[in-house]
Design a protein around this ligand. Structure first.
Ligand code: GDP
Ligand code: MN
Length: 385
């Protein structure tokens, strides 16, 4: 589970990582109130689960009431690379002397935490790695021994940070490690780790990912889960009790049973197509569930064709067919469907589909045949529009 910057900073505060004073806000009035309480100048920061907010215009300095009103108004509702801004963080502005990069993450290959430090903060870590790979130094931490003082100093020396902040930066790293362990994080990233003109070391940004499996131990963190920033399609599916994962392609997929859906994704990929989603309608899917599922699939504007792959065991193919007929009656369907029904009541299912004479619905006998057909149809659809 990814946390917003201000949520990560709240965890930082709890573990003694220095952060500037700040307050979240969801309206212009709240932002103004926060700024007045903190004292100008302040920085208004878009709270979205994606980096590069600065470059996108989602971070602005405000020196007066007029400026905070203007910037808060402009940033709320802004789209930052597909994420709409619903929340702001208003923070007392910092005077920057140096910008470093610090992170603690779980290295799955080494099976232990890794601490990273670079004196080239402020830009993307990918960019640092591409420009100057030696500018990032790393140490592995033995989870039983914990993060040792000498490791912090080694990192700080090797990274070549300013001599006067080696000790305080090391202390901040130790506290970040404590945050990482106590909060069951998979990633704690601070970019930039700031040295102010007063030579204080402060976390100016926070990117924290918590292990979702540990949330039962952290009810306060679990409560951070932000419904507003969830993908709207995934939220819609969750509300309908469907198991759904959004993907990046243009072929909508529905199957019953996770294993069948996974292999359907594979055969579609093998036929040269790109699935738009994973959707498991579950065993024993009733007609209403099918209508719900079709609506979720079609709410993705990228979808150019849909593949239904049903293996009837507990699920009855005639129920699925009835659901599809109802869905076509209730929804506006502008893309072709390929349907493969196999198993319990499959003949009845195919008869229902044939009688309904649904426009642009193609029945296929085999899974491979269905995958090839849907890929063809999606490509034809892409060529037309
Ligand atoms: P990101 O762009 O999403 O990574 O957001 P950051 O929180 O890292 O902010 C991006 C950049 O904005 C930082 O690297 C700083 O250069 C600048 N910035 C953020 N807060 C302040 C501040 O309080 N004072 C000043 N002078 N610059 C800031
Ligand atoms: Mn940043």
């Amino acid at each position: 589970m990814d946390l917003l910057e201000y949520q990560g900073k709240e965890l930082f505060r709890g573990h003694g990582v220095p952060v500037p004073d700040g307050r979240p806000a969801t309206t212009v009035a709240e932002a103004v109130e926060a700024a007045e309480a903190l004292g100008y100048p302040v920085v208004v920061k878009a709270q979205v689960l994606i980096g590069g907010r600065g470059k996108a215009g989602g971070i602005k300095l405000a020196k007066t009431r007029e400026e905070i009103e203007e910037h808060a108004g402009a940033i709320l509702g802004m789209d930052i690379r597909g994420f709409t801004v619903h929340e702001l963080y208003v923070e007392r502005a910092s005077d920057i002397a140096e910008e470093y990069y610090a992170a603690i993450l779980l290295d799955r290959t080494a099976k232990r935490p890794m601490a990273m430090l670079s004196r080239m903060g402020g830009m993307d870590v990918e960019e640092i790695a591409a420009n100057d790979p030696n500018a990032i130094v790393r140490v592995y931490v033995d989870p039983l021994l914990g993060f040792q003082d000498f490791q912090a100093r080694r990192l700080a020396f090797d990274a070549g940070i300013a001599a006067d902040v080696i000790r305080p930066a090391g202390a901040v790293l130790a506290k970040l490690y404590e945050t990482f362990v106590k909060e069951d994080a998979l990633l704690v990233e601070v970019n930039p780790l700031l040295v102010t003109t007063d030579r204080e070391v402060v976390a100016l940004d926070a990117k924290v990912t918590i292990d979702g499996n540990s949330l039962f131990r952290h009810p306060d963190t679990a409560a951070f889960r932000d419904v507003g920033s969830e993908d709207p399609q995934e939220r819609m599916a969750k509300e309908r009790g469907l198991t759904f994962v959004k993907l990046e392609g243009d072929i909508g997929i529905l199957g019953n049973g996770a294993g069948l859906v996974m292999s359907t994704l594979d055969v579609v990929a093998q036929a040269g197509g790109r699935p738009a989603n994973f959707l498991d309608a579950g065993g024993g899917s009733k007609a209403e569930a099918i209508v719900d599922a079709v609506e979720v699939i079609l709410s993705n504007p990228n979808v150019r064709a849909v593949l239904f792959n049903i293996f009837g065991g507990i699920t009855r193919c005639d129920e699925v067919a009835r659901g599809l007929v109802t869905a076509f009656g209730q929804l506006e369907v502008n893309v072709p469907f390929v349907v493969r029904l196999e198993g319990t009541n499959d003949e009845e299912g195919r008869r229902i589909l044939a009688e309904a004479e649904l426009p642009n619905v193609h029945v296929e006998k085999t899974m491979d045949g269905a995958a090839e057909r849907v890929v063809e149809l999606a490509k034809a659809g892409a060529a037309v529009s």
